[in-house]
Design a protein around this ligand. Structure first.
Ligand SMILES: Nc1nc2c(ncn2[C@@H]2O[C@H](COP(=O)(O)OP(=O)(O)OP(=O)(O)O)[C@@H](O)[C@H]2O)c(=O)[nH]1
Length: 378
């Protein structure tokens, strides 16, 4: 956003230079993080708030020279927050982090008292020889710290995907950009506050509209999508066959694995939007007027699910299995099939509720026809 701003004359950044704005935004992010029980956002907001406060009070000796070094340290900390699981800041982990951050702050201020400006003492030529940096060719140390932190945060995104990890990753990249382009602290902290709040709003969206178990969109999202449907679409209702038996035989943990597998196969094999409609039932909204193409797509998806080599993972400890009376080996193959009902919006079925009802009727027909098949509402 910020690099773009210089090319857009109407994009007025003056409010970002307001000295109170970063405090307001970071304070809001901190407050919200308690409601969301997000230690990542709380720690990031707190770190930036305290740093901004210390800077504003003029407690940093040699601020001009040392600022990039502090930025590098902030970036490293932001990346390290993502290494621990996101839990409340009032937990043991949160408290340990607060202690670690306080020690870093006290240590740095102590070093400054002793050495004065730190950027000379901690610069590339002063680093130990075993570090693979070449003073001539390498970028300055703060920039290297920010680059390493951004790369680390990017890798960690794969481990803990989600809006808050994304928020911290973007803050790390922002700090890198800030060090690179010598962005004013007020602008950098305001943008970071905005990003942190946006990441919590992203979490709200996920909570409201995404099914936690399968990762596809929830029934509520389906309801909202159906409020403004497109002109031409089909709805397919997809239901896992004999799911109760599967649960009874292999346990709910395996049932959950099956739900995840079916959701991912539906999402992979179809160009439509997938929603978890109920327990073992999914709704698929396929755009366009070509019903024959939708049928082909669904048939191929049904086939793929039926032939999917679903292997039982450990599914709990052997002892647990005995207690629950479940008889199966881990690694055992199980067969999962689905029944599908399809209906298309048309002259008789104009409203989304009627299309949904028709797709449901077609699904019951598919169940009556022996399951593992597709039925189309005529
Ligand atoms: N593991 C797991 N089971 C669920 C979940 N939600 C619902 N179920 C189970 O899904 C089963 C649904 O069973 P039924 O509605 O009788 O349908 P079915 O056994 O699939 O039978 P047919 O649909 O007629 O083939 C119930 O046993 C629920 O407990 C879930 O999130 N996880």
């Amino acid at each position: 956003m910020l690099p773009l701003a210089q090319y857009l004359p109407w994009f007025d950044l003056t409010p970002l230079y307001n000295a109170q704005l970063p405090f307001l935004l970071l304070g809001a992010a901190l407050l919200l993080s308690f409601f969301y029980r997000s230690s990542w956002v709380a720690l990031a907001a707190l770190l930036l708030l305290v740093f901004l406060g210390i800077d504003r009070l003029g407690l940093l000796i040699g601020r001009e020279q040392d600022l990039p070094l502090y930025m590098g340290l902030i970036a490293i900390n932001l990346m390290l927050f993502i290494c621990c699981r996101d839990r409340s800041v009032l937990s043991f982990f949160g408290m340990a982090w607060l202690l670690a951050l306080t020690s870093q702050g006290v240590g740095l201020l102590g070093l400054q008292e002793y050495y004065g400006a730190l950027s000379q003492k901690f610069s590339l030529p002063h680093l130990p020889d075993w570090l693979p940096v070449y003073a001539g060719a390498s970028p300055p140390l703060p920039l290297m710290m920010c680059m390493a932190a951004s790369f680390g945060a990017f890798l960690l995104l794969g481990l803990y995907p989600g809006p808050t990890a994304m928020g911290l990753f973007s803050c790390t990249v922002l700090v890198l950009y800030g060090v690179w382009s010598e962005l004013p602290m007020v602008v950098l902290a305001s943008t970071a506050g905005f990003l942190l709040i946006a990441s919590l709003l992203g979490t709200s969206y996920e909570l409201a509209f995404r099914d936690e178990l399968t990762g596809v969109r929830s029934r509520r999202a389906f309801r909202y999508q159906m409020l403004t449907p497109s002109r031409h679409y089909c709805i397919a209702m997809i239901d896992i066959d004999y799911f109760k038996k599967l649960n009874d035989r292999f346990g709910h943990q395996v049932g959950d694995q099956v739900l995840r597998m079916v959701a991912s196969q539906i999402a992979r094999c179809s160009r439509g939007s997938v929603f978890r409609y109920g327990g073992e039932e999914f709704a698929l909204v396929i755009p366009g007027r070509d019903r024959a193409a939708a049928e082909r797509e669904l048939e191929s998806m049904r086939e793929k699910i039926a032939t999917y080599p679903m292997r039982l993972r450990s599914a709990g400890r052997v002892g647990d299995r005995r207690v629950l009376g479940l008889k199966f080996r881990s690694g055992q193959l199980i067969k999962v099939t689905v029944s599908i009902g399809l209906a298309q919006r048309g002259k008789q079925l104009k409203k989304p509720e009627s299309v949904l009802k028709a797709a449901d009727q077609a699904l019951y027909k598919a169940k009556r026809n022996g399951r593992n098949c597709l039925c189309v509402h005529s």
